[in-house]
Design a protein around this ligand. Structure first.
Ligand code: ADP
Length: 225
């Protein structure tokens, strides 16, 4: 991102001309107080929100300039995981993960093998026929991670993925992200999980009031909350 700013329609300035470069294969924590601009930073990456200023380059896409019709091409290379999982409640685990592939008209045999492979990776192949309501919170988040990975994206971004999970389950999900990163996928994660940031050391980018105030390799969480 080069001089990227975001002002929302009501005049709130969420980001002020930030500059940041994240290399392929990095693992980055995005930290900072509530309202600092973390979610906005993440939403700009997959064009959920459009930058008001500056330039964003991801995987060869000029994200700030992309036309609406081209946004799906950007998103095919990016997996997104949310705090509240965002699974479709009436679809099974298999169907939730398959959905992203069906949308892009993948061959049914290929869908089956890709979905089962990614469910194996997250340890849920045996729950493929369950509905989300039949799973624990940690299992639901693992389905969401599987869904994010099924297109084999080069970048996975996560906004507070452990925010709704208990500490043990959070550790499992973090280990899954670490494994994904070790397999070569870039991970960018907004988090308030101080214990994990301080124990599983990675790059830390801290936001405050829409500015990047710290950017450290193997950094610390740095806040009391
Ligand atoms: P964080 O993720 O660090 O909590 P956000 O990026 O969600 O921060 O928010 C940054 C600022 O932008 C806050 O002041 C927030 O109230 C504001 N904001 C976020 N989304 C919107 C929106 N859709 N419209 C107006 N203001 C928003």
């Amino acid at each position: 991102m080069q001089n990227v700013g975001k002002t929302y329609a009501n005049g709130t300035v969420a980001l002020h001309a930030i500059n940041v470069e994240i290399g392929a294969g990095e693992f980055v924590y995005v930290v900072g107080p509530s309202g600092a601009g973390k979610s906005t930073f993440i939403k700009l990456m997959y064009r959920e929100e459009k930058a008001s200023l500056g330039e964003i380059f991801i995987n060869g896409f000029h994200v700030h300039q992309l036309q609406e019709k081209d946004i799906p091409f950007l998103r095919r290379g990016i997996g997104v995981v949310f705090q509240d999982f965002k699974l479709l409640p009436r679809l099974t685990v298999f169907e939730n993960v398959a959905f992203a592939l069906e949308v892009i008209e993948t061959d049914p045999q290929e869908i089956k093998s890709k979905v089962m492979e990614v469910l194996e990776l997250v340890g849920l192949a045996n729950k493929a026929r369950n509905l989300p309501s039949q799973l624990s919170g940690g299992e639901q988040q693992r389905v969401a991670v599987a869904r994010a990975l099924v297109n084999r994206p080069s970048l996975v971004i996560a906004d507070e993925p452990t925010g709704n999970l208990d500490p043990d389950t959070s550790d499992d999900i973090m280990n899954l992200f670490a494994e994904i990163n070790q397999n070569g996928t870039t991970v960018v994660m907004a988090t308030h999980n101080k214990e994990i940031v301080n124990s599983m050391k990675n790059r830390v980018i801290a936001f405050e009031g829409g500015h990047i105030v710290r950017d450290e390799l193997k950094g610390e969480y740095g806040y009391a909350y």
